[in-house]
Design a protein around this ligand. Sequence first.
Ligand SMILES: NC(=O)c1ccc[n+]([C@@H]2O[C@H](COP(=O)([O-])OP(=O)(O)OC[C@H]3O[C@@H](n4cnc5c(N)ncnc54)[C@H](OP(=O)(O)O)[C@@H]3O)[C@@H](O)[C@H]2O)c1
Length: 223
Amino acid sequence: MSKTVLIIGASRGIGFEFATQYAANGWQVFASGRDEAALARLQALGCHTFMLDVTDPVAVSNFGKKLSAEKMDVAIVNAGVAGERTAAMQAPTQQEFDWVMRTNVWGPMQVIAQLPPLLNKGSKLAVLSSRMGSIGSRASNAWWLYRASKAALNSVLKDASIALSGTTTCVALHPGWVRTEMGGANADLSVQESVNNMRHTLLSVTPGQNGSYLNYDGEEIPW
Ligand SMILES: NC(=O)c1ccc[n+]([C@@H]2O[C@H](COP(=O)([O-])OP(=O)(O)OC[C@H]3O[C@@H](n4cnc5c(N)ncnc54)[C@H](OP(=O)(O)O)[C@@H]3O)[C@@H](O)[C@H]2O)c1
C-alpha cells in the first residue's frame, strides 16, 4: 500500500515542492491550497486537494472532518508568512502582529489539534519552523516578529510531541535559506535540494528524536 502524506500550505514554494517530490515517489498526497488555481496545480501532480486557510477556524474544522477516514504516515504543517523586515525596537503594528502570529502560531495550533485521528502509531509530524526562531543560537534581531512567531511555533511543536509521545514522532524543521518567494533569489538553497534533504531527514528520524528541532540535513539546532 502506498504511503500517505498531508501537506498544509502546498500552493507554492517549499509546500508545493514537498507535494511534487512525494507524488513523484508514489506517495498518496493530501495537499491544501487557498484558491482553485493552486488546487488545480496540485491535482495535476496527482494530489488529493482541499481548500484551507489556516487562519479560518471553520475551514480548519472542516478539513479535519473531511479527512477523518484517512491515516497519514507523514503530516507537514508548512503554511507560514514572514511579515515586514523590522528589527528589535521597531514595534510592529497590531495588524501585522495579528497576521504573522495568527498564521504562524494560531493556525498550526488549530491544524495540529485536528491531527490525532489522522495519525497512526509510527506517523511523523513536522512543522516548518526556522532557525530564526532559535533563541539559543540568536545572533541577529532582524525580522523580530517572524522570529518570535517561530519561537512560539517551536513551543507548540514541543507540546505536541509530549501529547503524541508513543504514537507520533514530532519535529520542528528548518528548511535552510531557500529560494522561494519568502526566501528570495539570493538564498543559499534550491527548493529541490532543501525538500529532498527534509524528506530524507523525516524518513530517518526515530521515535527517540521526538520533540527535536532539526536543520534540513538532520543536524540538531539549539532551541
Ligand atoms: N524560504 C526560506 O528560506 C524559509 C526559511 C525558513 C523557514 N521557512 C518556512 O518554510 C515555510 C514555507 O516557506 P516558503 O519559503 O515556501 O514560503 P512561500 O513561498 O512564501 O509560501 C508560503 C506558503 O504558505 C501558504 N500560506 C500563507 N498563509 C497561509 C494561510 N493563512 N493559510 C494557508 N496557507 C498559507 C502560502 O499559500 P498562498 O499561496 O495561498 O499564499 C504558500 O503556500 C514557511 O513556514 C516559512 O516560514 C522558509
